[in-house]
Design a protein around this ligand. Structure first.
Ligand code: HEC
Length: 236
């Protein structure tokens, strides 16, 4: 190996080392909180998304001020008053229309006269109503709607009247729905937050079943002309 080749090698090594040091030093910034220059930051820094904020432009191509302004602007907003959920199925769309009866004694009476279940009174819907009843009503109203649920038996809650007793045996489905919508007096809360309209009508079918003493009420189908089972509990 000639002297010349060795000198060349040493020089290459020196230049290489120098370059590495310069690169390393330049990667550090003055800000102690900054990680400095990062190689492919996307690989270990996934963007953390904040819900309801406008994430705006890609921060790598816009300056911080633009990005910050966009991040502080709200993007998702509440729908305007009167907005109804969209449904492709016209039969289900009807469940989304605004409820026309106000939370007043008159509204209650009117709902009792006019409001009819859009859901046919058939065994399948009663069975679906029972599933909801067991989850949301049974602990107060009891398994057969006698007002003897667990929280009542504990002595911790006022007893609801039996569905087939003197007070409620003649209660119309419209009034049942109205009471589920807004609640009844102080002891029965509104269930509009727990059950959507379709679910409320399904549970009303089951209450009617209990009202008739645990069998299909006579008078048969009070719902739509074509008695089709409601295919899903969680439509909408
Ligand atoms: C926390 C206990 C409680 C729960 C849960 C509850 N209820 Fe009631 N419910 C009552 C009481 C108490 C009354 C009697 C209210 C009154 O007339 O003052 C009542 C009354 C009713 C009435 C009669 C309303 C009227 O217009 O007179 C119906 C129908 C009814 N409940 C159905 C239901 C259904 C269906 C559920 C489940 C989705 C349910 N309740 C859940 C306690 C409850």
């Amino acid at each position: 190996m000639s002297v010349n080749t060795r000198t060349m090698r040493n020089r290459t090594l020196q230049i290489g080392t120098l370059t590495a040091v310069v690169v390393l030093l330049s990667a550090c910034g003055g800000d102690p909180n900054s990680p400095g220059v990062e190689y492919m930051p996307d690989m270990y820094r996934s963007p953390a998304m904040e819900a309801y904020l406008d994430h705006g432009q890609d921060p790598y191509y816009f300056d911080d001020a633009v990005v910050k302004a966009q991040r502080e602007r709200q993007s998702a907003r509440k729908p305007v008053a009167g907005t109804v959920p969209f449904s492709m199925d016209p039969a289900k769309a009807a469940f989304n229309f605004p409820y026309p009866y106000p939370n007043t004694p008159d509204g209650y009476e009117q709902a009792g006269l006019e409001l009819k279940s859009p859901i046919p009174m058939i065994q399948e819907n009663v069975d679906k109503g029972k599933v909801l009843y067991d989850r949301f009503c049974l602990h107060c109203h009891g398994p057969k709607g006698q007002g003897d649920g667990a929280v009542v038996k504990n002595g911790n809650y006022p007893q609801p009247p039996a569905y087939d007793g003197a007070q409620l045996a003649g209660l119309s489905e419209g009034k049942m729905f109205h009471s589920l919508m807004y609640g009844k007096n102080v002891a029965m809360g509104s269930h509009a937050g727990q059950l959507d309209r379709e679910e409320r009508w399904l549970v009303v079918q089951y209450v009617k079943y209990l009202q008739a003493g645990g069998r299909m009420p006579s008078g048969g189908n009070t719902g739509m002309a074509a008695a089709a089972p409601v295919d899903t509990l969680n439509a909408q």
